[in-house]
Design a protein around this ligand. Sequence first.
Ligand code: GH3
Ligand code: MG
Ligand code: MG
Ligand code: MG
Length: 310
Amino acid sequence: ITKPLDHTQLLHAIDSLTERQLQQKYRVLIVDDQKSLSDYYASILEASDFEVLAVNNPEHELMSALTDFVPDLILLDLYMPFCNGQDLAGIIRQMDNLLSVPLVFLSAEGSSDLQLRAMSTGADAFLTKPVSPDDLSLTVQSRIKRGRAVYDLVTKDPLSGLLNRRESIRRLDEEISRSRRNNTPLSVAMLDLDHFKKINDTLGHAVGDWVIKYFARSMQLIFRECDIIGRHGGEEFIAIFPDTLPESGQMACKRLKKYITANEQDLPTAFSFSGGLALLNDDDDSKSILERADVALYKAKETGRNKVIT
Ligand code: GH3
Ligand code: MG
Ligand code: MG
Ligand code: MG
């Protein structure tokens, strides 16, 4: 089935699929030993539509807040009884996954020497208490925008908007650790579009690009929000399914297949994909589990394509 491209209609279809992502609120992590203060700042930021988590005992709570909450910005007190904000900033700045997350100090410290010393850890701004609600919201907003832009440049594939190969493998490593820690299953799928070269050759590269984008949006729509989706190469994609057995991952891929087939008459061309799934075992690292998913994918291709194999 081939149809002439109606760009407005198609772009509209893609945009409506991204709405879900746009609804996500920016997350701010407040680290301050005084609960009354963190409550106050939280109320200001929540009124400006940020999602906020406050940590009052960083020595116990900070690490889990960093990994589970995944902040877009960290607001950091300088002086706290059991740990110093400047040292915390130094530690946070050594964490790869937080490289693009802005760090903003919020402290009553008025000495510019001490402020500069705190900033030298790699922080992005220093706000002096008491801070006006507008100053706080605007600083947080503008720093997050910049941080997100940097994050997107480093971690995302520009065509599909999915995670790039490097970031999806880093996330896979994280999920492997999480799965071992929580003793939950982890499945990984490699998906590859069938006879994609033919789409490019017969309909042109622009249609090929469109199909890649459309497939990416369809994955975002059909898979769960907690699933991690990346573009691994030209027309090859990875889906990481936390807390999932391969049979359930296979079901998710079949739902994706059904969705794409059901909407096929609205697309510039029909297309199909093949997939291979692997389950994390005790000896795996990210490389070996991906190799097994690849072997399954190869089998799906060898035995007729347009199927997903575990
Ligand atoms: P198979 O079913 O065996 O996977 O066949 P295939 O044609 O899909 O696979 P093959 O690896 O032979 O070709 C993949 C093609 O994808 C070749 C390449 O030009 C094209 N491609 C890779 N990246 C892009 C891209 O960003 N945009 C477009 N339009 N095409 C791309
Ligand atoms: Mg304090
Ligand atoms: Mg292919
Ligand atoms: Mg391929």
